[in-house]
Ligand binder design. Structure first.
Ligand code: C2O
Ligand code: CU
Ligand code: CU
Length: 469
């Protein structure tokens, strides 16, 4: 495409069908529910959050979804480091649920993955947001066996923790967008019920961006800070932005040391990333999903070669960015934040976790076992460092996730990670061996680690970690 075609393409897109998406996106403000969010004093945020079934408008159609505060996705929870968050959660669903603040370094006593809030019940989640935890997180239900159904019906929302580092001019002056990627597999306006193969592969549906299909974001500024959240049950996003690099500035657990230019960004379920984009000329630029082969089972024990919905060479538009007139982007920050170097030689324990799925009979295992909440799989000691060796012996990708204790990836298949970053979710491809350093800081209690393809989690690919003083 030459420049004129590109402009024209942009013009058509804006005057055509995308307008409706734009309008829809505006009508669904994510952060508007003033009454449900209140800063009651300098360091206290009070939130009323309720889960309920609602009819939700999705472009031209309607769907019956499960929602937080009647919106899909749920409202963006925004807090600051050091805040006390008092989150009053009410369950108006017809079944038990609970709330998990995914990725936050908070006590398992608060973020209790095994707590069940019955239908009609409520629960107060009260927690102080730790210093140094600025970043992009999300919240979703965590009742074992119901996670895939509830998330699949729309129960997800982003959570942002702001910190002093957000005021560095290169970040502060960029235009921020929170981008919640959640697909929906609907049949006649209701989430489809999973088949046996769906439990095996995880359910994928049409991609929604903050509840809209292929929205257009008209940038007011030339430098964008995009906070991506992969809140999907099972879908991986392999993203590329037309004509632009994306500069990674933060992983799951916050800022990295300096920006890393990416041609493509892969986000496994549960992962988040923050990127800076410098729009250097006018026009419309599509952010596309370029396909990714995560391995899938078919009936008869075979494997499907590639991402069926989007073959590797395909570019499926996820959203479109429209640059402002005469854009003059900011320069990139040289440095972001020193990321603590952990000393794996000081680790007191080395653990192994083998992830594996089997097709006949169907089984989803960690170390050959299926989840049992009464069993303690690992006991650790508070304020010690552990090294965990994760290995994927299955035939498909599995994203490994640990609650409450962020970790750093040390090496993958013997190769040291290219840069240090705090993570809570790390993807393992078939045959991958990934070594992570896990500091069991600050908290005691019982928590979980699991595969974040939530169908796998529900079907047993989860274990327990008990940390004692
Ligand atoms: Cu986002 Cu235990 O999960
Ligand atoms: Cu989590
Ligand atoms: Cu898995």
């Amino acid at each position: 495409m030459n420049r004129r075609d590109l402009l024209q393409y942009g013009g058509i897109a804006i005057s055509g069908t995308l307008v409706s998406n734009l309008v829809a996106a505006r009508k669904r403000p994510l952060e508007h529910q003033r009454s449900a969010f209140k800063r009651s004093s300098a360091n206290m945020v009070e939130v009323q959050l309720e889960a309920s079934e609602r009819r939700i408008r999705l472009g031209q159609t309607e769907a019956r979804l499960l929602t937080y505060n009647s919106s899909f996705p749920g409202p963006v929870l925004r807090v600051r480091e050091g805040d006390t968050l008092r989150l009053n959660f009410t369950n108006h669903l017809r079944e038990p649920t609970n709330l998990h603040l995914h990725g936050l370094r908070i006590s398992p006593a608060v973020d209790a993955p095994l707590l069940e809030i019955p239908s009609g019940g409520s629960h107060l989640y009260e927690v102080t947001i730790p210093k140094g935890s600025r970043g992009t997180y999300f919240y979703h239900p965590h009742v074992h066996g119901r996670v895939a159904a509830q998330m699949g019906a729309g129960l997800v929302g982003a959570m942002i923790v702001e910190g002093p580092l957000d005021t560095m001019p290169e970040l502060r002056d960029a235009e921020e967008h929170v981008i919640v990627l959640k697909d929906l597999a609907l049949v006649n306006g209701v989430p489809r019920s999973p088949t046996m193969m769906d439990w095996m592969n995880g359910i994928e549906g049409l991609i929604y961006v903050n509840g809209s299909r292929m929205p257009t974001i008209r940038a007011g500024k030339a430098t964008l800070r995009l906070r991506f959240v992969n809140a999907s049950n099972a879908r991986y996003y392999h993203l590329r932005l037309e004509d632009h690099a994306m500069h990674l500035i933060a992983s799951d657990g916050g800022l990295i040391e300096k920006p890393v230019a990416l041609e493509t960004l892969l986000l496994a379920p549960g992962e988040r990333a923050e990127v800076l984009v410098q729009l250097e000329r006018e026009g419309s630029f599509r952010l596309g999903h370029i396909g990714y082969d995560r391995g899938r089972h078919t009936m008869g024990n075979g494997m499907m070669g590639s991402d069926q919905a989007s073959p590797i060479d395909q570019f499926a538009t996820v959203l479109t960015l429209v640059a402002p007139t005469n854009p003059k982007p900011l320069k990139l920050p040289d440095n972001l934040m020193p990321v603590e170097k952990l000393e794996p030689s000081k680790a007191t324990v080395t653990r192994r976790i083998i992830m594996k799925e089997t097709m006949m009979p169907m089984g989803l295992f960690l170390n050959g076992k299926s989840f049992d909440h009464r069993r303690v799989d690992f006991s650790g000691k508070r304020d010690t460092l552990e090294v965990w060796e994760l290995e994927n012996q299955g035939d498909m990708d599995h994203p490994f996730h640990l609650h409450s204790y962020p970790f750093q990836v040390l090496e993958r298949n013997g190769v040291p990670e290219p840069f240090r970053a705090w993570k809570d979710t790390v993807n393992l491809r078939k045959n991958d061996r990934v070594k992570i350093a896990v500091p069991l800081r600050d908290f005691t209690g019982l928590t979980v680690y699991h595969c974040h393809i939530v169908e796998h989690e529900d079907r047993g690919m989860m274990g327990t970690l008990e940390v004692r003083a």
